[in-house]
Design a protein around this ligand. Structure first.
Ligand code: SF4
Length: 322
């Protein structure tokens, strides 16, 4: 039995965006980074060239279908969020896609890793969005190479100046996201200049997270308790508006029909805690045997991480090919 990839998934409850309908418009897993903490898995196709992935019509029609399903279930959608299992600005159609998504009269959000933000075309396209999140894990070159493991053609100084320029131009809601990883971005050499940089660009909110879901590499750890205490007591307050995303988002995920495909779509970009997955299944009126079957067929896998079980999508290598 074949399972067709749905481009739109969710909606997923999000601390930042409310009820967010995700749009996975990049093939897995095309990225400019191979972050050590990536929840989507290893970067199988690393490149910095922008390219074609799906036609605009294909994406729009998938979003429309999902919105009709949401409407029928009286499920509210607060944002259409471009949050693929890779870097959204790699999509050569990004600007046109954001423009076309406006027909639904729902704000459009983009969650980017910032790597192509120094390009004028990428800036122009992101200016069309209503909400943009840019990743700034560190401004320290050595830490950057260790945590984000960038494509070697990328330059951190170009990325940082691109972020500054984009910030000065963008009139929508601008947020940053920083991952705190034990031994990498929690050191004074990385953290202090990073906080200064974020303070300078003055985002509407600076979000901080820690690797609470199973990361790409299993040696990746959250910072120590002592660090976190000091960070929460002394550091975070030095930013005008900061927030923490330390809790897993385990609200009521909404299944919109095809349960197996829903689970595949969500787990491809968003590893699910067992509680959240159980919620989806109960909501769809099914039992846990759906998960057992999917594990047996190697569609998803259960990963034990710290205190909980998480479910992640198993990709076949050919799924990411253009
Ligand atoms: S965390 Fe995001 S930017 Fe980093 S490798 Fe994964 S998809 Fe790419």
């Amino acid at each position: 039995m074949g399972f067709q990839k749905m481009i739109a998934f969710g909606p997923v409850p999000s601390r930042r965006l409310g009820s967010s309908l995700g749009i996975n418009h990049i093939k897995p897993k095309n990225c400019t980074y191979a972050c050590v903490y990536c929840q989507v898995g290893k970067t199988t196709f690393m490149d910095i060239e922008r390219r074609f992935f799906y036609s605009i019509n294909e994406v729009i029609s998938d979003v429309e279908t999902k919105l009709i399903e949401c409407d029928a279930r009286h499920t509210k959608v607060d944002y259409l969020t471009l949050v693929p299992d890779g870097e959204p600005t790699l999509d050569i159609n990004l600007g046109k896609l954001i423009g076309e998504l406006k027909i639904f009269h729902i704000p459009v959000a983009v969650i980017s890793n910032s790597t192509l933000i120094d390009r004028i075309d990428v800036q122009e396209e992101l200016l069309l969005a209503d909400w943009v999140s840019l990743k700034i894990d560190t401004v320290d070159e050595n830490s950057w190479k260790k945590i984000n493991r960038p494509n070697r053609k990328l330059s951190l100084s170009d990325i940082l100046s691109g972020i500054q320029t984009f910030r000065s131009r963008f009139t929508g809601r601008f947020v940053t996201e920083t991952m705190l990883v034990g031994g990498l971005t929690d050191t004074p050499v990385s953290l202090e200049p990073t906080i200064s940089f974020i303070r300078e660009i003055n985002p509407h909110v600076a979000y901080f997270s820690i690797p609470i879901r199973p990361p790409c590499l299993n040696w990746v750890k959250p910072p120590s308790k002592e660090f976190m205490e000091n960070f929460l007591l002394n550091t975070i307050h030095t930013l005008p508006t900061a927030d923490i995303l330390f809790e897993a988002e385990t609200g009521n995920f909404v299944s919109t029909g095809d349960l197996t495909n829903d689970i595949l779509d969500i787990t491809s970009v968003h590893p699910l805690r067992e509680e959240a997955l159980a919620g989806i299944i109960a909501n769809a009126g099914n039992g846990w045997e759906v998960v057992d079957q999917m594990i047996k067929k190697k569609m998803i896998a259960c990963v034990r991480y710290h205190s909980g079980n998480f479910y992640v999508r198993c990709f076949k290598k050919e799924e990411g090919k253009r």
